[in-house]
Ligand binder design. Structure first.
Ligand code: KG4
Ligand code: ZN
Length: 350
């Protein structure tokens, strides 16, 4: 059974993981994630600092992942590494390190698309989170609604037209004076709002009209810049932000979740899917998972949300997607490069 080493350095997490198994029967042997706290000071990821931090931590992180899994370099049959999309300088650290291991040990090298990794992540925790399913990937950089007919065969249904969902959480958090990244602080603050406060700050769910039809350009797409502006006006209009922040956070979260849930439910219905799989950092949001479950339960659709370690950036999902391609015979050469943007393999547009 193949033993795979996964490496992820596309943004601000240095991560390595060892996975063994075949097909959908895989065992997560280890997962190490080192989050770079330095970016908090700047309120966003500073690319040059990210690259340098990856450089100093990739070797100990990979060594730790192998030690936790009780494997040595000679046991690794395949190195799966994120080759894009992401920060090129950050990606290059993982790609170069992965190439060095492949060259030194003779292991196969497989470059993995970061977002395809997110599609596989939830299945590491929930064995039923396998195709066919509707996927909602919501992170700091992406908001994608994808129909997954089978592994490797995807259809892009919708995306954001401006900010990613996580980006919207981060920007609203900044308006409310909350720390970066803002998703968790917003969720916590929203949870403290009373129903009365929630009613006072009700925002329109963006990109959602009752008369939208399958085939309309905005049927699956989302947009959050208008909601962000509405929050800005509410913040400016408040004479006591300390008192109103809870209600504003709740109103914002209700609106963004309302849109994400409705668009995902539409996608599941359009393709008669019985499963919805959430992924990306925003999938840590419990209110999102609960609202999604609530919306589709009557239709007999199951919702799978990964635990935070698998929802946010991690190397286990890269190893899992890499295993899929490795078993289909995919091999990259030592000229594998890193790309800021790249198409998801197997993706068809409607
Ligand atoms: O997938 P991820 O770790 O990194 C990217 O690839 O972007 O996602 C990070 C994003 C951030 O925008 C963060 O604010 C958001 O996920 N996030 C959340 C929550 N936890 C993290 N958003 C909403 N609710 C949360 N509980
Ligand atoms: Zn990600």
């Amino acid at each position: 059974m193949p033993v795979i080493l996964g490496l992820e350095t596309s943004c601000d997490e240095t991560s390595a993981s060892v996975l063994s198994g075949s097909g959908d029967a895989v065992t997560l042997e280890s997962l190490v994630i080192l989050s770079q706290d330095v970016h908090r000071v700047f309120g966003g990821v500073v690319p040059e600092l990210a690259s340098r931090a990856h450089l100093t931590s990739i070797v100990p992180v990979a060594e730790r992942a192998m030690a936790d899994a009780s494997v040595s370099l000679g046991d690794i049959e395949c190195v799966a590494v994120t080759s894009g999309p992401g920060l090129v300088g950050a990606l290059l650290v993982g790609v170069s390190f992965g190439k060095a291991i492949a060259h030194g040990t003779g292991a196969a090298l497989v470059g993995v698309h970061h977002m395809e990794g997110h599609l596989f992540a939830t299945s590491l925790e929930h064995p039923d989170a396998v195709p066919p399913f509707t996927a909602l990937l919501v992170s700091g950089g992406h908001t994608l609604l994808i129909d997954v007919e089978q592994w490797g065969s995807y259809r892009m249904l919708g995306a954001t037209r401006d900010d990613a969902a996580g980006e919207a959480f981060d920007k609203v958090a900044k308006l409310l004076g909350l720390p970066y990244p803002g998703g968790r602080p917003i969720e916590r603050l929203a949870g403290e709002a009373s129903e009365e406060e929630a009613r006072r700050f009700r925002f329109t769910k963006p990109m959602l009209r009752g008369d939208q039809q399958l085939g309309d350009a905005d049927y699956f797409d989302v947009s959050f810049s208008g909601l962000k502006t509405a929050v800005l006006h509410a913040v400016r209009g408040s004479d006591n932000l300390e008192r109103d922040a809870r209600g504003i956070a709740r109103g914002f979260q209700d609106a963004i979740i309302g849109t994400l849930v409705e668009k995902t439910a539409r996608a599941a219905a359009a393709f008669s899917r019985r499963r919805i799989v959430l992924g990306g950092g925003v999938a840590c949001n419990r209110a999102l998972a609960v609202a999604m479950q609530h919306r589709v339960a009557a239709d007999g659709v199951a919702v799978y949300a990964p635990k935070p370690r698998l929802a946010t950036d991690n190397a286990a999902m890269i190893a899992r997607a890499g295993l899929f391609h490795f078993e289909r015979g995919v091999r990259d050469s030592l000229s594998l490069n890193a790309y800021a943007s790249m198409p998801i393999p197997g993706m068809a547009n409607p």
